[in-house]
Design a protein around this ligand. Structure first.
Ligand code: PMV
Length: 334
């Protein structure tokens, strides 16, 4: 992590999003956001949130501005709750102004809450005069949005399966340069999902298949770590694609069922399998939204892009390598 130590009541952080190779779905503690099992992700180089937070006595209430506008009441409340956690830790009661911008669409399955709450955590804690270590930042970010815990470190990351708040945080398992793989993010629609992952997770246990999934997650994470360590792309791709489908089996069978895909998402899944049959090594993974992540080795990015460019359904492509973790910047948004 690129730490810069300057104190100010205003601070700005840049946080990356991350793509989960094993998905977090279901909590053992709703308030603390303790997950039912560990998960493994890659920090993304080009899906970024920049957030500036300022605490000042002239502010009479918290102001939350995301992507140039005010936000829905529920979203603002979640941000304010996070600011409260930080105010409590720092022993201050000043109100704050927060301005946050994503360089990618929000609410379409690209984990804007991960980068959003990670950026908010570092910006607000620094502005409040706290100098938190990576572990503490991850613990704090987790309480805003579970997957945000994994957006603090860079490279390949594991969110440890702790049973308490102090033991449930994310660590780097391999640095960004360890393995030259790429996440080609395909934007298929700007439509926002109706049910956020945070809410969707609350009924994960209503799926009759969750128990089966849980009994296998520890072993799955262990195998996945070994495949990343050995840079075994074929077995790695097979595992993450099967894992994405298993995760969606839970969302599809929980009550009420959640169908996050659009027809184009499914079309791309089938195309990826066809391209693979024809010799192009590429695998997919999908979170809670219609946008899809195509994972390939960096040497094959050109070929994957060329294929995607021919599809009129594809709205945009964002190419990501394993990225660095969260950092501070002096370029404030206000
Ligand atoms: O952190 P949340 O509540 O937005 O949940 C994220 C859930 C998934 O993106 C589907 C999986 C994951 O591990 O990122």
């Amino acid at each position: 992590m690129n730490k810069q130590s300057f104190f100010s009541s205003k601070a700005t952080a840049i946080a990356p999003s991350n793509i989960a190779f094993t998905k977090y779905w279901g909590k053992k503690d709703e308030t603390l956001r303790l997950p039912l099992h560990g998960s493994i992700s890659m920090t993304l180089s080009n899906l970024l949130t920049t957030t500036t937070v300022e605490f000042l006595d002239k502010y009479i209430k918290d102001q939350v501005i995301i992507n140039g506008g005010s936000v829905e009441a529920g979203e603002a409340e979640r941000v304010m709750k996070h600011l409260d956690r930080i105010r409590k830790m720092a022993g201050i009661n000043l109100k704050a102004k927060m301005v946050s911008n994503n360089n990618f669409p929000s609410g379409t399955g690209l984990a804007s809450s991960a980068s959003g709450f990670a950026a908010l955590t570092l910006a607000a804690s620094t502005a409040a005069g706290l100098h938190l270590a990576e572990k503490e930042l991850s613990i704090l970010a987790r309480q805003g949005s579970g997957s945000a815990s994994r957006s603090i470190p860079g490279g390949f990351v594991e969110w440890l399966d702790g049973d308490t708040s102090d033991t449930s945080y994310a660590v780097q398992i391999f640095p960004p340069e360890y393995w030259k793989i790429t996440d080609v993010v395909v934007i298929v629609s700007s439509g926002k999902k109706e049910i956020s992952s945070s809410v969707g997770q609350q009924s994960a246990s209503s799926s009759p298949f969750l128990k089966v999934r849980l009994s296998r997650m520890k072993e799955k994470n262990k195998i996945l770590k070994g495949l990343i360590k050995n840079r075994d792309f074929k077995k790695f791709g097979e595992l993450i694609e099967a894992e994405a489908l298993e995760f969606h089996t839970i969302t599809l069978t929980q009550i009420p069922p959640l169908i996050y895909w659009l027809p184009t998402t499914v079309m791309l899944m089938k195309l990826v399998q066809k391209w693979r049959k024809n010799g192009l090594k590429v695998y997919f993974t999908v979170d809670t939204g219609q946008d899809i992540h195509l994972i390939c080795e960096q040497k094959n990015v050109g070929k994957v892009r060329a294929k995607l460019k021919k599809l009129e359904e594809v709205k945009n492509i964002i190419v990501n390598t394993p990225g660095e973790g969260i950092r501070l910047t002096k370029r404030h948004l206000f």
